[in-house]
Design a binder for this molecule. Structure first.
Ligand code: FMN
Length: 320
C-alpha cells in the first residue's frame, strides 16, 4: 500500500505465520525505463532473495497505462531479480487517474488486456504476471470484461477489490461480485476489501467463493489478523484479541527500523499513521491515539504509547 506498507512494515507483518505473499507499493511507470534504484527503493527485498526476512515472497507492483513502457519496466524488474510482477488497475487516486493510470484503465477492458499482454510477453515465460482490479471505474458493467481481459492477457492470478473506483473505500465491499467474476475465470481469484476480522474473512470467502483473500488496511488495524485467520483455519480455535502490548511493541519496532533511514519527524508521522489505522478497530489504540496525536517528538510519542517500554521488554532475554 503506497505510503503505508514498505519493506519494514512487510517484515514486521510477516514475522508471524499467515501471509503467503506480499506486494510492494506501486512503482509508477510513465514512459522511460526506470533506473534500478527506483525498483530497489520500492523493493529492497530484491537484494535479499525477494522475500521478507521470514521468507514470504514479495511481488513487485507496477502502475501505468502504456503497454510498451510497462513491458520495458517489467523486463528491467525481472533483470534485477523480481520473481513476480503485479499490475495495478485499482488505484483510485485523482492524480494517478488523471494521468491515465490505476483504475482509469477499467473504463476500457482492451487497455487492461493490452497492458497485461505486453508485460506477459516481456517476462511471462520467466515469472508470473498477476493483476489487481476494482469492479470498475464508475459502474460495474465492465467488471467481468476487465477480469477476462486480464486473464486473456496472461495474468496467472487476479485480485479483485470489491468496489468501483468511484466508491473509493466506502463500505460495503461487494464480495458477491467477486464470486460472479470468479465463476467465469480459470485463474485463481483473490477477494479483497473490508476484511477487518475473522468474521469478515469468512463472510468474504463465503460470498465470493474464493479460497484466498488479500488483506490491506485490516492487517494494519490488527497486525495479527493473518495469523488469526491461519490459526482458525488450521485448528478451528479463535485467538484472543490482540492486546495493546503487542500493538505497542510492533509500533516501537517499526519506529526503530524506520529511524535507521528516515528523519525522526518523518518516523513520528509514520508511527502515528499506523496507530491511526489501529484506532479504527481498537478502543485502546483510539485512546492512545487521542493522547499522543499532537506530539511531534518521537521519543515522547513512544513513551506516550508505552511502546518503548514494550519494545525493551520484548528485546530483553527471558529470565533463565
Ligand atoms: C493508503 C492506501 C494505499 C494503497 N496503495 C496501494 C498500492 O500501492 N497498490 C495496490 O494494489 N493497492 C493499494 N491500496 C489498496 C489496497 O491494497 C486494498 O485494495 C484496499 O485498501 C481495499 O482493501 P482493504 O479494505 O483490505 O484495505 C491502497 C490503499 C490505501 C488505503
Amino acid at each position: 500500500m503506497e505510503g503505508v506498507i514498505d519493506a519494514h512494515t512487510r517484515a514486521l507483518l510477516t514475522r508471524r505465520p499467515g501471509f503467503d505473499w506480499t506486494v510492494t507499493e506501486f512503482v509508477r511507470v510513465v514512459d522511460a525505463r526506470l533506473p534500478p534504484r527506483v525498483f530497489r527503493r520500492h523493493c529492497p527485498e530484491l537484494d535479499d532473495g525477494v522475500t521478507t526476512p521470514s521468507g514470504v515472497p514479495v511481488a513487485l507492483q507496477l502502475l501505468g497505462s502504456d503497454p510498451a513502457a510497462l513491458a520495458a519496466n517489467a523486463e528491467q524488474a525481472r533483470k534485477l531479480g523480481a520473481t513476480a510482477i503485479d499490475l495495478n488497475f485499482g488505484c483510485p487516486a485523482k492524480l494517478v487517474n488523471r494521468h491515465d493510470g490505476g483504475a482509469s484503465l477499467l473504463r476500457d477492458p482492451q487497455r487492461v488486456h493490452a497492458a497485461v499482454a505486453a508485460v506477459h510477453a516481456a517476462v511471462g515465460s520467466d515469472i508470473p504476471v498477476t493483476a489487481k482490479i476494482r469492479l470498475g471505474f464508475s459502474h460495474r458493467r465492465l467488471a467481468l470484461d476487465c477480469a477476462k481481459a486480464a486473464e486473456d492477457g496472461g495474468a496467472t492470478q487476479l485480485v479483485v477489490h470489491a468496489r468501483t473506483r468511484d466508491e473509493g473505500y466506502r463500505p460495503p465491499a461487494h464480495w458477491e461480485w467477486i464470486g460472479r467474476i470468479r465463476r467465469h475465470l480459470g485463474i485463481p481469484v483473490v477477494a479483497n476489501g473490508d476484511i477487518w476480522s475473522l468474521e469478515d474473512y469468512w463472510k468474504a470467502r463465503t460470498l465470493s467463493g474464493c479460497r484466498d483473500v488479500m488483506l490491506g488496511r485490516g492487517a494494519l488495524a490488527d497486525p495479527w489478523l493473518a495469523q488469526r485467520i491461519r490459526h482458525w483455519l488450521t485448528t478451528g480455535e479463535t485467538l484472543p484479541t490482540t492486546p495493546w502490548q503487542a500493538r505497542g511493541a510492533i509500533l516501537a519496532e517499526f519506529a526503530a527500523l524506520q529511524r535507521t533511514t528516515l528523519p525522526e519527524r518523518v518516523v513520528t508521522s509514520l508511527v502515528k499513521q499506523w496507530l491511526n489505522h489501529m484506532r479504527q478497530r481498537d478502543a485502546e489504540a483510539a485512546r492512545r491515539f487521542h493522547a499522543v496525536k499532537r506530539i511531534n517528538d518521537l521519543e515522547t510519542l513512544l513513551t506516550g504509547l508505552g511502546a518503548a517500554r514494550e519494545e525493551r521488554a520484548r528485546s530483553q532475554p527471558e529470565p533463565a
